[in-house]
Design a protein around this ligand. Structure first.
Ligand code: G3H
Ligand code: ZN
Length: 280
């Protein structure tokens, strides 16, 4: 069943927990995420990043339609989120393509310009009924890194974040608290004390990006401290690719993609299942 992202985030706020937001690149990702959520009976957010849209020939609609259909078929509430948007075209298409939220990424811009652009995007997105997330601080590891107005390692400042939210009107804030994108090892160390201070100071729910690199105990602690949306992508890709590598390595004659994508999808499903078990 498709539901608005705002509802799943509000539910996470109400219970003092976090909703998983998992990146979809292929249909197999969407199927795996929905299967895991259904088995656990846990709502989930399916998110498609601007980079994934680029991978699909810059076409949003086919992957969005397939992902929306997978979500609609799931026996649990599923929301659709458009992630790391920088492009006005995508913003314009989001609501019609079935998304109920988006993250606008102006992290590469100086503060004043970030505020001005994000305020404009939030106005347009709100008019289309979308829940809007933005980012403040340096969350490294993006494909076009080091594109950031912040130096590596700069954390989100609570006072600046309060000013940012007031000026932009965003509904959720991605914070820099020690995680980084695209980590293949789980060695990130989160600043749980800062998460607590951000939660106390800010009116909007907090979002953790780059959660693949965060150990289970810290993910749970981060949710208890105030993270309400946990973004995971790389962990699924590592599971998928590891599985494919194993299957192909064992059989040189194999040509049917279903033979290696079936175990790969199961590996992604297991990864999501473990994530959902960890989040309160
Ligand atoms: O927005 C997506 C997430 O931040 C994914 O990060 O691929 O490092 O798990 P990750
Ligand atoms: Zn991210």
């Amino acid at each position: 069943t498709l539901v608005p992202t705002a509802d799943l985030v509000a539910a996470a706020v109400a219970r003092g927990g976090a909703v998983a937001a998992v990146n979809v690149i292929t249909l197999e990702h969407a199927e795996a995420i929905c299967a895991a959520a259904t088995v656990r009976g846990t709502p989930v957010i399916l998110q498609i990043s601007e980079n994934a849209v680029r991978y699909h020939g810059n076409q949003l609609l086919p992957i969005a339609a397939a992902t929306a259909a997978a979500g609609r078929l799931a026996a649990v509430p599923v929301a659709l989120h458009l992630d790391h948007v920088t492009d006005d075209d995508l913003l314009a298409q989001a609501a019609d393509a079935g998304f109920s939220s988006l993250m606008y990424d102006a992290g590469a811009l100086p503060y004043r310009e970030n505020v001005a652009r994000t305020e404009r995007v939030a106005r347009i997105a709100h008019a289309a009924g979308l829940w809007v997330e933005a980012e403040l601080g340096y969350v490294g590891g993006k494909p076009d890194a080091p594109a950031s107005a912040h130096l590596a390692g700069v954390r989100t400042d609570p006072n600046e974040a309060a000013d940012y939210i007031r000026r932009t009107g965003v509904d959720g804030l991605a914070v820099a608290v020690g995680s980084s994108h695209a980590m293949t090892g789980r060695t990130a160390i989160l600043d749980l004390e800062l998460i607590g201070r951000l939660r106390d100071r800010l009116p909007t729910p907090l979002v953790l990006h780059g959660s693949s690199g965060v150990p289970d105990d810290q993910l749970r602690a981060a949710a208890r401290a105030g993270i309400r949306k946990v973004n995971v992508g790389t962990a699924l890709n590592a599971a998928m690719t590891g599985s494919v590598r194993l299957t192909l390595g064992g059989d040189e004659k194999l040509v049917d993609p279903r033979k290696y994508l079936t175990p790969a999808r199961e590996a992604m499903c297991d990864t999501v299942d473990r994530l959902l078990a960890v989040l309160p």
